[in-house]
Design a protein around this ligand. Structure first.
Ligand code: NAD
Length: 369
């Protein structure tokens, strides 16, 4: 696609580009634009650059956003026309055991980035200043938990309930404040649960695939009836690039998935786990029925009951619709993980994570954790 970026957007700073969604954004920019892509990432436990590979238009800036001076220097080096801010600690279970890292990265880190970007934007020549945009990538979890009815939209009041979602809500508010107070040209997006290739195997879908492939117990939190809206990562990237370049300044856009024939992509965790097990039965019949491995475990503390997204605004204003149904995306994802078990083993070993249960509050007794 030639018009993925408007004319004059030649230098893009992606934060968190060594992670799951940021990596997909970087790959798409390298594949379908001629822009120079600067990838600011601290290269933490969930990071891996294998999917990006060597490319002369890609430059990694290994920086922790918690370091204000290093962040300012990285923004100076990147000299961006567009910033897409994805870097964040992203796993709810880890935020329960160690909330401090979420405040440092997601709140202080976003603040440091906003300050550095503001300095950069204020010094730009007027033509570049006119084109410049800061896009903040956030989650639907900032809206809290729904009952059986209704969906989140851009006007839903914030009601975060986990350390992760509270830190993301804080960063959303900072971004909005920098727009209203300093005039920084910003766009925000709040997306539902993503899944797809290259996701660090600690979140529901890759964990279930790996446990099923290994013939190990598949943990199902609580009664398994918690509902999430699922979006294939490539569809999220499409929405992000549209919102970043064509979204109205100062606006936020909710982004969510779709099922077969345009049905909603809301699924209970139990439905997701069972769908993976039945795909595994087809792809690895020797281990069937994989459903026998499903093992209920104690629930996540404060587990939000239901998330659902009304994506009407981004559809009507920017023409975005998910290109993959949940069924298509899940099939592609299961096949990808089965073909890339060696990668999973390597990144898990690097991170010192072997699929063990976290986020039960067992490790949260220390007040600074
Ligand atoms: P991820 O954990 O796979 O990647 C995050 C990346 O950010 C990592 O490479 C990490 O090293 C980097 N990072 C974290 N703290 C940093 C810091 N202080 N300085 C520099 N780099 C830092 O996460 P993801 O799933 O790709 O999520 C990306 C963004 O999208 C996050 O902001 C998340 O809140 C948001 N989001 C995620 C989902 C989802 O389902 N994964 C859904 C909606 C929104």
């Amino acid at each position: 696609m030639t018009d993925l970026l408007p004319a004059g957007i030649d230098r893009v700073l992606v934060t968190g580009g060594a992670g799951f969604i940021g990596g997909a954004v970087v790959r798409r920019l390298l594949r379908d634009t001629t822009a120079a892509v600067f990838n600011l990432d601290k290269v933490g436990y969930a990071s891996d650059l294998t999917s990006i590979g060597p490319n002369p238009r890609h430059q990694l800036l290994k920086v922790d956003l918690a370091d204000a001076a290093a962040t300012a220097e990285a923004v100076r080096v990147a000299d961006p026309d567009l910033v897409m801010h994805l870097a964040a600690e992203s796993h709810v279970d880890r935020s329960i055991d160690g909330p401090g890292a979420f405040i440092e990265s997601n709140v202080t880190g976003s603040f440091n980035l906003l300050q550095a970007v503001r300095t950069h934007w204020e010094a730009l020549a007027s033509e570049r200043q006119e084109r410049f945009r800061f896009h903040h990538i956030s989650t639907d979890e900032v809206f809290g938990s729904l009952g059986p009815e209704g969906r989140f939209s851009e006007t839903t009041p914030y009601d975060p309930r986990s350390p992760y979602s509270a830190s993301k809500a804080a960063s959303d508010h900072l971004v909005s404040a920098w727009h209203h107070t300093y005039g920084l040209p910003v766009v925000l997006t709040n997306c539902s649960n993503n899944y797809g290739p290259w996701q660090f195997p600690e979140k529901l879908i890759p964990v279930v695939i790996l446990k099923a492939a290994a013939g190990e117990p598949i943990p199902l939190y609580g009664d398994g009836a918690n509902v999430r809206d699922w979006l294939y990562v490539e569809d999220h990237v499409e929405a992000l690039l549209l919102a970043a370049t064509r979204g109205r300044l100062g606006q936020s856009y909710c982004v969510g998935g779709a099922g077969d024939h345009g049905s909603p992509s809301e699924r209970t965790n139990k439905q997701v786990v069972e769908a993976i097990c039945s795909l595994m039965d087809q792809l690895r019949p020797e281990g069937a029925p994989h459903g026998r491995l499903i093992t209920p475990v104690t629930d996540r503390p404060g587990h939000d009951r239901r998330y659902a997204i009304d994506a009407a605004k981004i559809t009507s204003e920017l023409g975005w619709r998910p290109g993959h149904s949940f069924e298509e995306g899940l099939g592609a994802t299961v096949r990808w993980y089965l073909d890339n078990l060696a990668w999973c083993g390597r990144v898990q070993a690097q991170a010192g994570y072997q699929g063990q249960r976290i986020g039960t509050r067992a490790a949260a007794s220390h007040p600074s954790a």
